[in-house]
Every structure is written in structure tokens, then in C-alpha cells.
Design a protein around this ligand. Structure first.
Ligand SMILES: [Ca+2]
Ligand SMILES: [Ca+2]
Length: 518
């Protein structure tokens, strides 16, 4: 199709991409966005006439073809699901056909990292594109938290919303449960879910009576159910999935950003009756099979609504398995330790990305990337503006597109845990462990009961993750050049993000929210 405006011929193709004054652009929402430097010079008002063109196009094109260039995004972020907890990565005793299908139809990342081995810090990184050390979220926030993600931070939802996306979140938030800090105050149009972990609950069998207030199920900013019961916990995975499907159906003519954060498989494990007893593994396997079913429901809804080819679906987990729970925890696969440590088992997670026709099917990406990259990647993909404040993630679009020779954009990824301690970093094949003490497991528990933790200490250690993914052979003594190179990168990170182990204040640290409760 050709249109004339601003004395220029405009070529429009129903895929949504157009060429104007030799620049490629895209129609997003009610605005026209040019790739690269912005509107062509000499036509600063071209957005306005294009809106008129857009009105005409609305009458002549189906909605799905019009929005073809502004992909929907579905991001699924499970809780404590380990690297080994999907079929294609060796899950035993249960099956994940829908996740395996995502791998077969999309890209599987083998070297994909969360920014921290614990819920709140990990989620802060996902939603801001920043290291949690930068935005001041270190651990796991408790109920009635007096802190949370600062509203001054720009979340992924806000990035997408500014681009005209409808935004919805169903699941666990865990970035501040104060009414001023909930998802609807951080860019989500719609929210249903638990405000924090499902074990911060009066019925937690591992907590002293009175440790926790009633656990609410929130809808937007109010409690839909002020006291979640065990029966309610068993409905959560399906409930979030149903809301996700409803959201997709309701917004099938607009670009949307949907964030689904299952409360499972975080202990205490609960599963709906339709999955109870279905896996050979037991309850943990049942729970993962219900999550896998939920992924299938979402993929089916996308297909039913004709959005399959126009939607990027991302699946990953917020940290490694909570291994102290024994048969109620998953598997870190070949990796050392688990949740709550910066060994690979705590921070390397399953990651699948599927976008038929755009991400090459059945591919495996072995480049280093992480959840901090999702925000800048989606911003680049949709033409959205990046947050004004500094972020740490990078656009991994070239990896997603399977471009020949595409490399990780990171010279290093750094990992903080505990009280703002820089404990480890990865650069290329090397992993440097900085001297620190960490929590280990002396005895695992079973059937929902915890085991016994111990403490361990590590010195400065170096591992070659290509030949030794299990971090078993410390090469610090024989590879001094790598130790020196990674130590220098660690020092750069400290100066920017701080580090309590070396009592360093970072120049790029920002403050979390501070709220008071009545
Ligand atoms: Ca978690
Ligand atoms: Ca904000």
C-alpha cells in the first residue's frame, strides 16, 4: 500500500513496518515510531498526519495484522524452579511437554542467570534491568515490609505502558506489599496474586506460631481474599493461568505485556486436584506438571486468538531450587549448591524464549545472558524508551534472532547476596568466587519440612565453567591472569554498586522505597 503525506510517498505493508523518507518505522499504539534516531528531519510533525493514516488503516486492515510489528510479550517467572526441572534439561519423574515444546519451537538458553539467588532481589532485577545492588533490594522482603522497590524506578511494565501496551500481572509480586508499592503502582493496569512468598503464612509448618500475619490474595490494590487457606493455595497455579488466558482474550486487538509469576514451586507445595498424584516423583512433580499445563493454556490462548506469531513468550525462574526441602525441592541439574548461594545452582536458571518466525526454532544459545537483559531487549524490540536512570542489562536481540556470530553483550555478570556482598562474577568461561561465607545444607528435610543448614567459607576461587560446570576444580593457583582480570572487573563493579565484604560504597547505588504502615 502507498500513502502520500508530507509530500512523501509512504509505503505501508500490512506487517506493520513502513518506510518513510528512507527510514524504517513502525506503527505502535497511536504513534509512529522510527527506528534509529527518530522522525526524519524536515517532518517533525509527521506523527500527526500518520495518525490520520492510521485511522484509515484501521478501517482496512484486521487488528492482528495491524499490530503485527508490535509484539505482545508474555513473561512467565516461576519461583524456585531449578535448572534441571524441565524435561529438555533432564527432569526426572515428571514431564513438561509444553516447556519442551517451547524449547523445540524457540530458543533455549543454557547460560542464563538471575541477578541474585533469592526472590525479591531477583524480581527487582527482572523488572528494572538493574542489578539489585543498584536499586537497593537485597534479600526477600517480609510481610508489612517498610521497604520495597522504589516507585522512582522505572519497571518493565512502565516501559511497555509508555509504548501503549496494556499491562497485566498475575502471581507473586514480592517487591513491597505496602499499598503504595504494589504492581498497580509500578505500571501494571491489572493485578491478581500473592504480594509475597506463599510460606509467609500462618500455616507454615516450619515457622513458629504467630510468625506471620494472614496471607492475602490481592486484586489490584485490595485484598480479594484476606486469609488464604491451604485449599486456596491449591488453586493458585490454575487461577493465575485462567486470569492470564482471560487477559489475552480481552486484549487480543492491542499490544499487551503479560507477566505471570506462579507462586509455585516455592514451598509449601500445593497443587489442584486435577494434578494431584499424577507424577511419579510426587508432589513436586505434580506441581511442575500443573505449571507446565498453565504454560500450555497460555500458548493455546495465543493460538486461538491468532496471536501466536506475534507474541514473544519468555519462560524462566527466579532462582535455583530450595534444596533443603529434599523431595519438595527441584534440581539444579549439574550445578553446585542451590537457592541462597552464588554457586551456579543458585543463580543459573532454565530459560526459554519462543516467538514463531522471529526466534529460530529448536535453537540453543550458550552465550551468557540474564534476566537484567529482558528490559532493554524488550525496549529495543518495541522501540520503547529505556529508563532515564542507569541500568545494567543489555539488548540481547542479536542472540534472540540467532544472528551469526552474536556474542554475549556482557564483559561480566556480577552476583550479590546476603547483606549486599559481591560474592561472585562470571566473565566468559570463567567464574570468580570472592572470599565469603555461605549457607550450605547439612541435612535435607522431606515432605514439606525443612532440614538443617550449615555454614561454609570459601576463599578466592576460579572455575572454568566450560569444562567444569559443577565448580569442582579451583584453578585460582594455576590461572593467575584470569584471576587478575576478573578481580579487576569485580573492583569496577564495587566502585559502581558497592560491596559490604570490602566496605565499599558504590557511586551508582540508589535507595529503595521507605514506607510507613498505620
Ligand atoms: Ca524464589
Ligand atoms: Ca515506577
Amino acid at each position: 500500500m502507498l500513502f502520500t503525506f508530507c509530500q512523501e510517498k509512504v509505503e505501508y505493508n500490512p506487517g506493520g513496518i513502513f518506510v518513510f523518507a528512507r527510514q524504517r518505522g513502525r506503527i505502535d499504539g497511536d504513534a509512529v515510531n522510527f527506528y534509529g534516531a527518530g522522525a526524519p528531519s524536515g517532518c517533525v510533525d509527521c506523527v500527526i498526519p500518520m495518525n490520520r493514516v492510521l485511522l484509515f488503516l484501521l478501517l482496512t486492515l484486521t487488528a492482528s495484522s495491524l499490530w503485527a510489528a508490535a509484539p505482545n510479550v508474555v513473561m512467565i517467572y516461576t519461583d524456585d524452579q531449578g535448572y534441571g526441572d524441565i524435561g529438555v534439561q533432564g527432569a526426572k519423574g515428571y514431564i513438561t511437554p509444553n516447556l519442551d515444546r517451547m524449547a523445540a519451537e524457540g530458543m533455549r538458553f543454557t547460560d542464563f542467570y538471575v541477578a541474585a539467588p533469592v526472590c525479591s532481589a531477583s524480581r527487582a532485577a527482572l523488572l528494572t534491568g538493574c542489578y539489585p545492588a543498584r536499586v537497593g533490594i537485597n534479600g526477600a522482603l517480609g510481610p508489612k515490609s517498610r521497604t520495597g522497590l522504589n516507585p522512582d524506578e522505572t519497571t518493565l511494565a512502565e516501559v511497555m505502558k509508555a509504548k501503549g501496551y496494556v499491562t497485566g500481572m498475575f502471581g507473586k509480586w514480592h517487591l513491597g506489599d505496602h499499598p503504595d508499592l504494589l504492581p498497580v503502582k509500578q505500571g501494571f493496569d491489572e493485578y491478581l496474586g500473592l504480594p509475597y512468598s506463599n510460606d509467609m503464612w500462618p500455616e507454615n509448618p516450619n515457622a513458629k506460631k504467630g510468625s506471620y500475619p494472614p496471607l492475602p490474595l490481592m486484586e489490584n490494590a485490595t485484598a480479594l481474599d484476606p486469609e488464604v487457606s491451604a485449599e486456596d493455595q491449591a488453586t493458585l497455579t490454575t487461577r493465575y493461568a485462567e486470569r492470564a488466558v482471560r487477559f489475552i482474550t480481552e486484549h487480543n486487538t492491542k499490544p499487551f505485556f503479560l507477566y505471570v509469576a506462579p507462586s509455585m514451586p516455592h514451598v509449601p507445595l500445593y497443587v489442584s486436584d486435577k494434578f494431584k498424584g499424577k507424577s511419579a516423583q510426587g508432589l513436586y512433580g505434580d506441581v511442575i506438571q500443573e505449571i507446565d499445563w498453565a504454560v500450555g493454556e497460555i500458548l493455546t490462548a495465543l493460538k486461538t486468538q491468532g496471536l501466536d506469531g506475534n507474541t514473544l513468550v519468555i519462560f524462566t525462574s527466579d532462582n535455583g531450587p530450595w534444596s533443603i526441602y529434599g523431595n519438595h525441592a527441584g534440581s539444579a541439574g549439574p550445578f553446585r549448591e542451590s537457592k541462597g548461594t552464588c554457586w551456579e545452582g543458585g543463580i543459573r536458571v532454565p530459560c526459554l524464549m519462543r516467538w514463531p518466525g522471529k526466534i529460530p526454532a529448536g535453537t540453543v544459545c550458550r552465550e551468557v545472558a540474564g534476566t537484567i537483559d529482558i528490559l532493554p531487549t524488550l525496549a529495543a524490540l518495541t522501540g520503547a524508551a529505556l529508563p532515564e536512570k542507569a541500568i545494567d542489562g543489555k539488548d540481547i536481540g542479536p542472540l534472540l534472532r540467532g544472528e551469526a556470530g552474536a556474542k554475549s553483550p556482557h564483559e561480566s555478570l556480577v552476583f550479590y547476596y546476603g547483606n549486599h556482598e559481591l560474592q561472585a562474577l562470571r566473565s566468559g568461561k570463567w567464574k570468580l568466587i570472592l572470599p565469603h561465607t555461605y549457607r550450605t545444607i547439612e541435612k535435607t528435610g522431606a515432605n514439606g519440612m525443612t532440614g538443617k543448614h550449615g555454614r561454609a567459607t570459601t576463599g578466592l576461587e576460579l572455575y572454568d565453567l566450560e569444562t567444569d560446570p559443577g565448580e569442582t576444580k579451583d584453578l585460582a593457583a594455576t590461572e593467575p591472569a584470569a584471576v587478575q582480570q576478573l578481580s579487576a572487573l569485580a573492583q569496577i563493579a564495587r566502585e559502581e554498586l558497592g560491596d559490604t565484604l570490602t566496605k565499599t560504597r558504590g557511586k551508582g547505588q540508589r535507595v529503595p522505597a521507605a514506607v510507613t504502615w498505620p
